[in-house]
Write a protein that binds this ligand. Structure first.
Ligand SMILES: *Cc1c(COP(=O)(O)O)cnc(C)c1O
Length: 341
């Protein structure tokens, strides 16, 4: 298969139209058989549920070329499961998990020419999503839905080297205690846009959100979970019902325990104890782990020992091991890699 003529290592994180996408429609209580299409546009009613009341959920994952030349995706079954939970919380029909995985496989296979080659650092980002498509004006769930999967090649996250982030403690909240923080819904992002634009205007890379009820506990950023490392090398990650269950974070915790022999604690993390940690990172599909160099709380700075030039040593080991697994250089736990071709 001939690859597209793309300068892979200079790609950013932007949308590039690929050849095929998957579409399935839900009507009269069931999903149709679904198909790949070359049509990159969506035509829906001006009154569609998604447009009026934001009834939409999504997923984000990647396909990689491994060292031995296979195209794989990473734990797509967990994305399928998470989308089921997201859909249920927004009163949307469930897209069956096996069909979700098959739709991802079909979309990646059809766009194999866009999967960046091994060693380029680039990957194929995959975006499954679902939205209410029929007219809804009185507030209620839609009756008809569309499920789609598209893919777009994205560049290496740490292009030009690792740059630890400077983040601020946000005065805005991300999620209410019994709200929708734990599901991957567009609505959580719509309301985070003001906070992130404001953070950027003030010179910060990201917002650290605290729990909305007490503002004493660490939750997550707009799109990534926190991992901390204590001075005696225990990996600590915040536990809360209002954070999004990151697949990367869950995988890194497994790697910490089973590959690196580290102690792991998933527990409530008080903001007050953050100054005592040795390392801090943000985990998500996009970067795997982005190191945090500095956290600013209304003028008070917490600076982590690794500084603003490199990852801390444990963060680096976690990063190297998980990316090694994804790229097929390190043996993966059973079921983690789905070989596409
Ligand atoms: C998607 C997402 C993450 C990261 O999850 P991954 O499965 O690791 O990509 C973290 N936080 C939020 C709010 C997210 O939407």
């Amino acid at each position: 298969m001939e690859k597209k003529n793309i300068d892979w290592s200079n790609l950013g994180f932007g949308y590039i139209k690929t050849d095929y996408r998957y579409v399935s429609n839900y009507k009269d209580g069931s999903w149709d058989e679904g198909t790949l299409t070359t049509d990159d546009t969506v035509t829906i009613s001006e009154c569609a549920g998604v447009l009026q009341y934001a009834q939409t959920v999504f997923e984000g994952m990647k396909a990689y070329t491994t060292e031995d030349g296979h195209i794989v995706t990473f734990r797509p079954d967990l994305n399928a499961e998470r989308m089921v939970n997201s859909a249920k919380r927004l009163e949307m029909p469930v897209f069956p998990e096996d069909r979700f995985v098959q739709a991802v496989v079909d979309t990646v296979k059809a766009n194999a020419a866009f999967v960046p080659p091994y060693g380029s650092g680039a990957t194929l980002y995959i975006r499954p999503y679902m939205f209410g498509s029929n007219p809804v004006i009185g507030v209620k769930p839609a009756d008809e839905y569309q499920f789609r999967v598209f893919a777009t090649p994205v560049g290496p996250y740490f292009k030009g080297g690792v740059k630890p982030l400077t983040i601020r403690v946000s005065d805005f909240d991300r999620a209410a205690p019994h709200g929708t923080g734990h599901i991957k819904a567009g609505l959580n992002y719509a309301m985070s846009l003001h906070a992130i634009v404001d953070a950027h205007n003030q010179g910060f890379d990201e917002n650290m959100y605290l729990d909305a009820a007490t503002r004493t506990k660490v939750e997550e950023t707009g799109g990534a979970n926190f991992l901390f490392v204590t001075k005696d090398n225990t990996v600590v990650t915040p536990k809360s019902n209002s954070i999004l269950p990151s697949i990367t974070r869950r995988s890194l915790i497994y790697v910490a325990e089973h590959y690196l022999g580290l102690k792991v604690e998933e527990r409530e993390v008080l903001f007050e104890e953050v100054k005592d940690f040795a390392e801090c990172g943000l985990c998500g599909t996009a970067a795997v782990i982005s190191p945090v160099g500095k956290i600013v709380d209304h003028g008070n700075e917490i600076c982590f020992p690794a500084g603003m030039e490199k990852m801390g040593p444990i963060t680096q080991k976690l990063y190297d091991t998980l990316t090694g697994i994804q790229m097929g250089r390190i043996e993966a736990p059973e079921g983690w890699l789905k070989v596409i071709e």
